[in-house]
Design a protein around this ligand. Structure first.
Ligand code: ADP
Length: 406
């Protein structure tokens, strides 16, 4: 039974997940937060089911504690202690490999890659393009390689799935010399999720991936939409960074870049102010004071005008992207919603698609309203386009891709 330890290392957090890949079963997961500033540890163990029976993870026990965690090396020691104390035993379920989520693979990495010292240097080098993410990913890789010396480590890149974009899709209409000197192009993100969801959708429908034109709407705190043609990413809304595209929890998504020039000239805002404005103080947060869609929905229901406008802006942008991407694909067979908002908010799904009746897109309200854990169809039987809710599972996808290269 092949077990993979999946690591998602952020600047002050470490997420881990121990996965039995063939049975698609999560054995345990955990989150260590506030690294370097206190330390909060949560470790979850999932119930074991009969051997040979594929089963979704069922939460068995959750352990939480506060303890100081100075850095990523110590976070790994704490993680190992959690396994030793609460299980499952890593001796009984030894990882065959460690899979690392890496945000930016630049134009260099287009598939899961076994981490050698040279690969590690290249990932670190890409910090120029992802200053918030890649250094944290490298810190996690270094600490993990020290903690798990005898197994291969594999990097799975958020950008990799979008390496199939055509030049027309990834090129910005910017002075070519500047663009190439600074490696400015669309890279796209959330690739692991878009790949997982599009493959799961085709399998669910019994369709050959190569024959379907799909839209995947990953609507979480970060949000992106990808047009996928025959399993290949053809267009995606995040760009040089994860800032471009849809309205997000705290990010603007698309905005006229002249706004930045104006604010720099007229409001005296510096680079760091603008960075914080675009990434942290905008989106739903900027429009209505909360980055959480649940608050927006509650506000809208009680007549809060800011919340209602935030909702409308969110949906308006979604519709524009959906229309544009259908035009790029020349039609669409499957539309899938995923991540926190996509999986949970029936109104957003309905409103995002409500103008597409002329293309034969028809949701069935009852199916759309049902909540449930697994993948499900929400379109009417006579809809020309299958519309699905597909819970994403980036950890499982990273584990699968990790196994595929060792
Ligand atoms: P991330 O992008 O951080 O991985 P998620 O995919 O978990 O985020 O999505 C988080 C967001 O999803 C929350 O901020 C919230 O806006 C939204 N969300 C999660 N659950 C619900 C729910 N039941 N109803 C409405 N919105 C939800």
């Amino acid at each position: 039974m092949s077990v993979v330890l999946v690591i998602n290392s952020g600047s002050s957090s470490l997420k881990y997940s121990l996965i039995e890949v063939e049975r698609e079963r999560e054995l345990a997961s955990g989150l260590i937060e506030r690294i370097g500033a206190g330390g909060v540890v949560s470790h979850r163990v999932f119930a074991l089911t009969e051997p040979g029976v594929p089963a979704p993870a069922v939460l068995d026990e959750r352990f939480e504690e506060e303890r100081p965690v100075a850095d990523h090396d110590e976070a790994f020691a704490v993680m190992l202690a959690q396994f030793a104390e609460h299980g499952p035993s890593l001796d009984e379920h030894p990882p065959a490999a460690v899979g690392h989520r890496v945000v930016h693979g630049g134009a260099r990495f287009f598939e899961p890659t076994v981490i050698t010292p040279l690969v590690e240097i290249n990932i670190e080098d890409l910090s120029v393009l992802a200053p918030l993410h890649n250094p944290a990913n490298v810190a996690g890789i270094r600490a993990a390689r020290a903690a798990f010396r005898d197994v291969p480590h594999v990097a799975v890149f958020d950008t990799a799935f979008h390496q199939t974009l055509a030049p027309a899709a990834y090129t910005y209409a910017l002075d070519t010399a500047i663009a190439s000197e600074h490696r400015i192009r669309r890279y796209g993100f959330h690739g692991t999720s878009h790949k997982y969801v599009s493959e799961a959708a085709a399998r669910f429908l019994g369709r050959d991936l190569a024959d379907v034109r799909q839209l995947v709407l990953h609507l979480g705190n970060g949000a992106s939409i990808t047009a996928i043609d025959g399993g290949r990413s053809a267009e995606t809304s995040m760009g040089f960074t994860p800032l471009e595209g849809l309205v997000m929890g705290t990010r603007t998504g698309d905005i006229d870049p002249a706004v930045l020039l104006h604010l720099a000239r007229r409001a005296g805002m510096g680079i760091d102010d603008l960075d914080a404005l675009l990434n942290k103080r905008s989106g739903l947060q900027g429009l209505a004071g909360s980055n959480d869609m649940r608050d927006i929905l509650a506000g809208r229901a009680t007549g809060d005008e800011a919340a209602a406008l935030a909702y409308d802006v969110y949906v308006h942008r979604l519709r524009a992207y959906i229309g544009a991407y259908i035009a790029q694909l020349g039609g669409v067979d499957v539309i899938s919603f995923t991540a926190g908002v996509g999986e949970n908010v029936a109104d957003i799904r309905a409103d995002a698609l409500s103008t597409l009746g002329f293309l034969g897109v028809r949701l069935e309200a009852g199916r759309n309203a049902v909540r449930g854990p697994g993948i499900r169809r929400i379109s009417a039987d006579d809809s020309a386009v299958a519309v699905l809710v597909v819970p994403t599972d980036e950890e499982l996808e990273i584990a699968r891709q990790t196994l595929s290269v060792i």
